[in-house]
Design a protein around this ligand. Structure first.
Ligand SMILES: [Zn+2]
Length: 177
């Protein structure tokens, strides 16, 4: 969650061959290896999906779930994640990616409808550690916005590029779709 989440509720306590312990809000939790996962690494979201860690569910279906973020940047901040362990955006199937966006849209609507103080929504996805992804299990943040909530993204824009440079970039990306 990178710059969005300055607090770290998860801290690694101990790594072993067959199990992995971490401290979760002061409780020592031991995770088991995910034998049914294409990944062998330990993943807190997979632990939640297996029921080894608690979570507050907003929505569930066969493809994705939505849970409350335990370190919300604003009240109501929630996450949408696939049931399948897929670290990277590029590894998501079209079906999973579409359902993540559908559920992000629906939960955004739910946040707006359930709280008149919600004035807007930001969707945020960090893809890769260099982008601030801290849990290697793809997820979308749905962040409700309130008046003067202090949330923001820092950007550093230079001079706008020339139109031909934009076109060259567009062609380069298009050739790799
Ligand atoms: Zn996972």
């Amino acid at each position: 969650m990178g710059p969005l989440s300055p607090h770290k509720p998860w801290t690694q306590a101990q790594g072993e061959e067959e199990s992995y312990s971490l401290i979760f809000y002061g409780l020592r939790i031991t995770l088991r290896p995910m034998s049914d996962s294409p990944q062998s690494e330990f993943c807190v979201f997979c632990a939640i999906l297996k029921g080894d860690l608690p979570a507050n569910y907003v929505y569930q279906d066969d493809v994705v779930v939505s849970i409350m973020d335990i370190n919300p940047v604003t009240p109501g901040h929630l996450l949408v994640l696939p049931r399948e362990h897929r670290p990277d955006l590029v590894d998501l199937s079209d079906e999973i990616a579409a359902q993540m966006m559908n559920v992000a849209r629906r939960t955004a609507a739910g946040l707006r409808a359930s709280d008149e103080n919600v004035k807007g929504i930001n969707l945020y996805l960090a893809d890769g550690p260099d982008a601030g992804q801290e849990v290697a299990h793809a997820h979308v943040h749905v962040i409700p916005r309130y008046a003067n909530d202090g949330f923001g993204l820092r950007v550093h824009r230079g001079e706008p590029p020339a139109r031909e440079d934009l076109e060259a970039t567009a062609r380069r990306v298009a050739k790799n779709l």
